[in-house]
Design a protein around this ligand. Structure first.
Ligand SMILES: NC(=O)c1ccc[n+]([C@@H]2O[C@H](COP(=O)([O-])OP(=O)(O)OC[C@H]3O[C@@H](n4cnc5c(N)ncnc54)[C@H](OP(=O)(O)O)[C@@H]3O)[C@@H](O)[C@H]2O)c1
Length: 340
């Protein structure tokens, strides 16, 4: 596809309606620099992406760049689009799960982002296990714990308070599993509006997607391109790459699109919201255009469905809570929550 610096009309970007009626643009710009892209580069991309038509930005306290992004957002609301036209997500980090810490952590993100409300606040991981940014894959926090549902409900209760206080329009989860969500749905006053999770053609999670659709929880897919720039600690020799998949590449060649465009079209057409990261104007423009034009055919969607490799890339090893565990323990693969 030719690169043209044309502006994409934000009104042409489809929206999904959440369980409470709010509408979320189907594409947002990711803002995790994967330990090698600086906060300033990302803030510059946020401002420029808003100029070309992005209205949705996926942020998190742990990305360490919310104050720089906040400066960019202030310029956006002064010169490009009113606050009400933006969708800003942030996330509660794992060391702030204690009841007393949730609302202060939220307010810190709000302050850093220079906003007076958020559109979506997520519990970033269901484990309260801190690890230092950039640490190695073998690193374990000495006070790491398994998932403890009663503790998670205390955290969730504070998330519900943020909603009641009108400080956030939607709340949600991230890196959850079906067994953990079953418990949350049973005990929560307010069900999550969204669940952010790894989703790309090589990790399609069809059962989880169907579960969320049945429960009216919007899936937000992270690493929608297979995270080619992810940190070293998140790479293993078994990993595969959807951008190099022969099925994706042949559909891309037939349309004269980049493989990234095919991954994003596929994701949005199967019902996801996507949050690809990029600091390259050509790439983030191409990604925005991908979701506004030339949908894939049903046959192409079926071909990609058959290309699943069940390859989780963000395995989360640093959140394990005891020695000699394998990353699969975080993901409740046998249908029950992995015991302590
Ligand atoms: N909730 C969670 O736990 C969680 C976990 C991981 C990620 N996330 C969120 O999801 C976002 C996206 O995930 P990610 O950054 O890991 O992976 P990703 O979006 O799948 O991949 C981003 C990489 O793809 C490249 N890229 C982007 N558009 C491209 C295009 N059109 N053609 C070729 N290359 C392209 C980018 O490089 P250039 O900059 O050079 O374009 C960057 O290296 C994150 O930024 C973060 O906001 C959330």
């Amino acid at each position: 596809m030719e690169y043209s610096r044309e502006i994409v009309d934000p009104a042409s970007v489809p929206q999904r309606t959440l369980s409470n009626g709010t509408q979320i643009p189907v594409i947002g710009l990711g803002t995790f620099g994967s330990d090698h892209v600086t906060g300033s580069q990302i803030a510059a991309a946020v401002l420029d992406a808003a100029r070309i038509g992005y209205r949705h930005f996926d942020c998190a306290a742990v990305y360490g760049n919310e104050s720089l992004i906040g400066e960019a957002l202030q310029t956006v609301t002064r010169t490009i689009a009113p606050r009400k036209d933006l969708w800003i997500t942030s996330k509660l980090w794992n060391d702030k799960h204690d009841r007393k810490d949730v609302i202060p952590a939220f307010k810190q993100s709000l302050h850093d982002l220079r906003l007076d409300y958020l559109d979506l606040y997520l519990v970033h991981w269901p484990f309260p296990n801190f690890h230092a940014p950039g640490c190695s894959i073998d690193s374990r926090s000495p006070d790491a714990r398994p998932y403890i549902h009663a503790s998670f409900m205390e955290t969730w209760g504070e998330m519900e308070k943020l909603l009641e206080q009108g400080l956030v329009r939607n709340i949600g989860t991230s890196n959850m599993t079906i067994p953990k969500l079953n418990l949350l749905l049973q005990d929560a006053h307010v069900s999550p509006h969204c669940n952010e999770m790894e989703l790309h053609p090589h990790f399609q999670q069809p059962e989880f997607l169907a579960y969320l659709q049945e429960k009216n929880i919007q899936p937000i897919g992270f690493c929608p391109l297979g995270s080619p720039g992810r940190p070293e600690r998140d790479r293993t020799p078994e990993d595969t790459s959807p951008l190099h998949d022969p099925v994706i590449c042949s559909i891309a060649d037939a349309h004269r699109f980049h493989a990234a465009t095919i991954c994003l079209k596929w994701a949005v057409q199967r019902g996801e919201v996507v949050i690809p990261f990029s600091v390259n104007p050509r790439n983030y423009t191409q990604n925005l255009r991908a979701v506004t034009e030339d949908p894939l055919t049903a046959a192409e969607m079926d071909q990609i469905a058959a290309a699943d490799q069940r390859c989780r890339l963000i395995k989360g090893q640093v959140f394990l809570w005891k020695e000699n565990q394998s990353w699969e323990d975080l993901w409740d693969l046998h249908g029950d929550i992995t015991p302590a």
